[in-house]
Ligand binder design. Structure first.
Ligand SMILES: [Ca+2]
Length: 423
């Protein structure tokens, strides 16, 4: 009887698992075969580390809109950038080509003068060639790459223009004056509240969110569309309206989770020297550590409101049921951990990123996986349901056949515990 019960229980488990896999595959097929191609809402956030509610990198953070979005789809809790800097991370994501192949590792490295990257079919071009209307605003590529090299390549429309990715804003640096922190470290390494008469709508990010909202609610987007909205904060300088600072009282601010003053003591001297970043020492010594953390949290909360605005507009629009949302940040950011400030390191806080997918009828609300993924996976994943592949991505996957799961949300490997997919 016991054996019979075990037999039945085991088979029910197998049947359940099989059902889940078959259901997912059927959804995927239906998704691919539907006459109406899905739209894509592609949301990029600059320098946002794992200090989001759903990644739990800092429990003081307040990101209710992104948390809500995460609960609606599939969350990747172990997602990483291809390189911990804006330029190479975004160049890799938008081309599907890893830095090890292109040689593009630093912000100053050109896309146009790089024969591998320049001959790649960039993601906006891919969608354009597949009959999509491609619109973008804000920081999707690294600024200099977009303004001097990409210049709208692959886009049918760009706000504010093909040679300017972020809307100009006289407030970003001019008010209330530099430096607010009292530290003259670098033009961008500053933090503090905006002048009281400056609202989020006055900022570049506010303008990008308003543009995306109008596009979505206007209902006149030609379908299928790829709509990219690039949010610049919480990139330095950490400026935001006072109301966001008020959400994080200074006396309640805590050092980053897991911070150890002697964290580098067990690291070989050469590595320790290389990893060291003088900004952190100066900020901490000047008593500005907590105000800087408060400001990063304030900027992140402002970004969260803007994400809520954009995603909320999609939800109210006629496109809601046929639009894939992918939200990502380009790399992480250290705020004193291991004696470092900013990015440009290979510690986890600088490489771990936010990656969320919501695909109606495909992703399961509230699902998540700790399987490792890379921002490089976004392009082939988006391309896959269209029945076509990124030329450059194909070249890469020929070389590394197991690297690119065609559709991470649905590949059976993602649905059950098991060894990580080989990279
Ligand atoms: Ca960045």
């Amino acid at each position: 009887m016991k054996r019979f019960r075990k037999f039945v229980t085991t088979n029910i488990k197998v049947a359940k698992r099989l059902f889940i896999v078959l259901f997912a595959l059927a959804s995927f097929q239906a998704f691919c075969q539907q006459d109406k191609k899905p739209n894509v809402l592609f949301i990029a956030i600059d320098d946002l580390n794992d200090w989001t509610g759903f990644l739990k990198g800092n429990l003081q953070t307040k990101t209710p809109h992104m948390d809500q979005l995460a609960s609606q789809g599939m969350l990747f809790t172990n997602a990483h950038c291809a390189a911990p800097a804006c330029g190479p991370s975004r160049a890799a994501l938008m081309s599907g080509i890893r830095p090890a192949t292109s040689g593009n590792y630093v912000n100053k490295a050109s896309i146009q003068k790089n024969p591998v990257l320049n001959s790649a079919l960039l993601m906006p071009e891919f969608f354009q060639q597949n009959g999509y209307y491609v619109a973008g605003a804000g920081k999707l590529f690294h600024g200099a790459h977009f303004q001097e090299e990409i210049q709208g390549r692959g886009f049918d429309e760009y706000y504010p223009s093909n040679t300017q990715d972020r809307p100009s804003t006289k407030y970003e640096f001019s008010k209330p004056g530099f430096p607010q922190s009292g530290l003259k470290i670098g033009r961008q390494t500053d933090w503090g509240p905006f002048h009281p008469d400056i609202t989020v709508d006055d900022t570049g990010d506010g303008k990008v969110a308003n543009w995306a909202e109008e596009k979505l609610l206007g209902g006149e987007l030609k379908e299928p569309f790829f709509l990219g909205a690039g949010i610049f904060k919480p990139h330095m300088p950490f400026y935001a309206p006072q109301e966001y600072f008020d959400r994080f009282p200074l006396d309640e601010i805590e050092p980053p989770k897991g911070y150890l003053e002697n964290d580098m003591d067990d690291v070989p001297a050469a590595s320790s020297k290389q990893a060291h970043h003088a900004y952190a020492d100066r900020i901490i010594a000047a008593g500005q550590w907590k105000p800087a953390i408060q400001a990063y949290l304030a900027c992140t909360a402002m970004v969260d409101d803007l994400i809520g605005q954009i995603v909320g507009a999609l939800g109210k629009s006629k496109y809601a049921d046929n639009t894939i949302i992918v939200l990502w940040s380009d790399h992480g950011f250290q705020l004193g951990e291991k004696g470092r400030w900013a990015k440009f390191s290979l510690w986890e806080r600088a490489t771990r990123v936010n990656m969320l997918w919501v695909a109606p009828g495909v992703t399961t609300p509230g699902s998540s996986t700790a399987q490792p993924v890379n921002l490089l996976d976004i392009y082939p994943t988006l391309a896959s349901p269209l029945g076509a592949h990124n030329q450059s991505g194909r070249r890469e996957s020929d070389k590394y056949p197991a690297r690119l799961p065609a559709w991470p949300c649905l590949n059976p490997a993602w649905l059950r515990p098991g060894p990580p997919i080989a990279y």
